[in-house]
Design a binder for this molecule. Structure first.
Ligand SMILES: [Zn+2]
Ligand SMILES: [Zn+2]
Length: 259
């Protein structure tokens, strides 16, 4: 049965326009009608180079990494595929607000290309609060996790972690305020089963948190603590994009980095 006229009109327009327009710059993508990013924007997605062994942030000229210094010890390893350039910001924005299935597939492929596959672990997306999930209709981190699971051959759990409370938007908060904002924000369920290794000791299943954008790591840190408290083993995390260091210093947050 046909839907209302406006719905038909929107889906027709979407079908006609979206596959040929780059989601980042709007230019026509003529070479490949299914491509969501044009060649220019693809090149402008800048993969992160290895830096700090724990968080991959470029190391300062002197002394240890300061970026991950305040994270909880339970968060052992964090990787992001690309820097949050204007092009990556557009991709993250569309992933969050427009439900194009192909966009999560693209983001999953970019992460699989730029981030080394962890040996094992369960992919656990950072959950949205119930209220935000209702208004948006889907969790973009869940979409990324499912797309990535196909590349890495790892399981996904969207129930291991939930929001214990709704957190106000992180927009324009200082790093200190972000940390306070997410304290106690998550509740975690224990892993489905604890495995025993050869010597009979219990081996905790590893968790791999998945999110779209990493700004200060306060959210990942809080989620890692909740998972570790529920019996998950080493907690790693992977995100599509990471805010560039100068942006964090300048306190210049766009809506894309909010939760
Ligand atoms: Zn483009
Ligand atoms: Zn670090």
């Amino acid at each position: 049965m046909p839907g209302p006229a406006w719905a038909l009109a929107v889906s027709d327009v979407a079908r006609l326009l979206l596959p040929n327009a780059c989601v980042a710059c709007g230019r026509l993508v003529e070479s490949d009608p299914d491509a969501l990013l044009c060649g220019v924007c693809r090149v402008r997605l800048r993969p992160m180079r290895p830096g700090c062994p724990r968080c991959a942030q470029p190391l300062p000229p002197v002394g240890p990494c300061r970026f991950c210094a305040r994270w909880v010890p339970e968060l052992t390893r964090v990787r992001s595929a690309v820097w949050l350039t204007p092009e990556a910001r557009e991709v993250a924005h569309h992933l969050k607000y427009d439900d194009y299935p192909a966009l999560a597939t693209l983001v999953g492929a970019i992460i699989a290309r730029d981030v080394a596959k962890p040996e094992s672990g369960c992919l656990i997306p950072i959950p949205l609060g119930a209220q935000r999930l209702r208004s948006r209709g889907y969790n973009q981190a869940g979409k990324i996790a499912r797309a990535l699971a196909g590349h890495w051959g790892l399981p996904v759990s969207e129930t291991a972690l939930r929001r214990a409370r709704e957190t106000p938007s992180q927009t324009s908060l200082t790093p200190e305020a972000r940390l306070a904002n997410v304290t106690g924000a998550f509740a975690a369920f224990p892993p489905p089963s604890e495995r025993r290794n050869g010597s009979g000791a219990t081996e905790m299943p590893a968790a791999i948190l998945v999110d779209d954008v990493l700004t200060t790591g306060a959210t990942l840190s809080e989620a890692a603590q909740a998972l570790a408290g529920a019996g998950w083993g080493p907690v790693m995390a992977v995100t599509f994009a990471r805010a560039e260091p100068f942006e964090i210093r300048a306190q210049h947050y766009e809506p894309v980095s909010t939760r």
